[in-house]
Design a protein around this ligand. Structure first.
Ligand SMILES: [Zn+2]
Ligand SMILES: [Zn+2]
Length: 387
């Protein structure tokens, strides 16, 4: 057990941070402005923690899901969870693992390495990491942000990437090569890890298979890249936004569909009776049901989507047994981030994962409300805040 961090001695000057103040505001966020840029205090890193100077942070649907209430979290909260930066200060006990100046990608579950799930080889399901994330705390206990009014804003997924500097558990950081641009490195923390992991590890796509991907945002397009790396013969990309379908085509989708009521029949038609593997990235329980029905008997449906906790999935129950189907969820790429992030970066460096194609805009911290409008409308794939 890590000793409780010393949170008594604030030493960092005020840090500019994007703080979500209210959940469930209607859009456009450029007008309702649920996220406010505030100057916050940041306590020094405790034992097992790092202070990181954030350089790039992506806007992800999981942030938007907190803003719109689909993923209820405590507020005020410093949002953001997909990021890359430089280690700026070392908490006690981290000296052997990190050095000041190291470039790191942040990971949105701090896995402890000792709980039952970590010992099972499922660090994405770390019990301590999940509890801390739900509470808006760091895994070492409590919060490192403090505000003038005496409140302690929550951390988002142990990262809180939309801030100039952050304190994180060292277990949230993966060291990466310093020659990688920060805006590219950031993508590996969520979109690429989640999407490529869904294709290569959860769906275990094999050469020659027929695959469909529902939802072509940052995660879905990363799944497309992963499916292509795996050597699928047919790759159907499904999304209502034409520009995203076009991009999927450039990244390797052999067929594109706009979705809607005909999507199941159309995927079945294109794949000779149903895809071997279908990956759903939409966060919609109804689309997940479509993805399931578009999978062939004996096939595997994988979802990385996070619908509102009240939403139920409706599928013909008999088909699971009678058609030997597999339906599985995938979180954090269904792997080990400290191993998988460097592996996927290696694929990128060899030209096999052209993730820079996902970048659709660069923002300043002051523009995150506008950025979430573009994400919600489907206009943007991956926008990155540079700091
Ligand atoms: Zn994300
Ligand atoms: Zn654990």
């Amino acid at each position: 057990m890590t000793p409780a961090p010393d949170t008594s001695a604030p030493d960092t000057p005020a840090v500019r941070a994007a703080v979500l103040e209210r959940i469930g505001d209607p859009g456009p966020y450029a007008e309702t402005r649920p996220i406010r840029i505030r100057e916050l205090g940041l306590r020094p890193p405790g034992p097992g923690e790092l202070r990181v100077r954030v350089r790039a942070a992506g806007l992800c649907h999981s942030d938007l899901s907190v803003v719109n209430g689909d993923r209820p979290r405590p507020v005020p909260m410093v949002l953001g969870h997909e990021a890359a930066g430089e280690v700026a200060a070392l908490g006690a006990g981290t000296e052997g693992r990190f050095a000041v100046g190291d470039h790191v990608v942040l990971c949105f579950v701090a896995s402890c390495g000792t709980c039952a799930r970590c010992l099972d080889g499922s660090p994405a399901l770390c019990e301590r990491g999940a509890a801390a994330n739900g509470a808006g705390d760091l895994v070492g206990g409590g919060r490192r942000w403090y505000a003038e009014d005496g409140s302690a804003p929550a951390h988002h997924l142990g990262v809180s990437a939309f801030a100039e500097s952050i304190v994180v558990s060292a277990d949230s950081a993966v060291r990466v090569d310093a020659d990688l641009h920060f805006e590219v490195a950031a993508l590996f923390g969520c979109a690429v890890l989640t999407g490529v992991g869904a294709a290569l590890r959860a769906a275990d796509v094999r050469p020659g298979e027929r695959v469909a991907v529902f939802g072509l945002g940052g995660v879905g397009l990363s799944a497309v890249l992963g499916v292509r790396v795996a050597g699928a013969e047919r790759l159907v990309g499904v999304d209502p936004v034409a520009a995203k379908r076009d991009l999927a085509g450039r990244l390797g989708a052999t067929d594109r569909l706009p979705g809607g009521a005909d999507a199941v029949a159309a995927v079945r038609d294109l794949t000779g009776g149903g895809a071997d593997k279908v990956i759903d990235t939409t966060g919609s329980a109804d689309v997940l049901a479509q993805a399931y029905l578009a999978t062939r008997p004996g096939g595997t449906t994988v979802t990385v989507g996070l619908p509102h906790p009240d939403r139920l999935l409706s599928i013909p129950a008999v088909t699971l047994a009678a058609q030997e189907r597999t339906l599985r969820g995938s979180y954090l790429g269904s792997g080990v981030p400290a191993r998988d992030i460097p592996a996927y970066i290696s694929l990128y460096k060899r030209g096999l994962l052209p993730v820079t194609e996902l970048l659709s805009g660069r923002l300043s911290l002051d523009e995150v409300n506008e950025g979430f409008d573009r994400l919600a409308s489907g206009e943007a794939v991956r926008q990155v805040v540079l700091m």
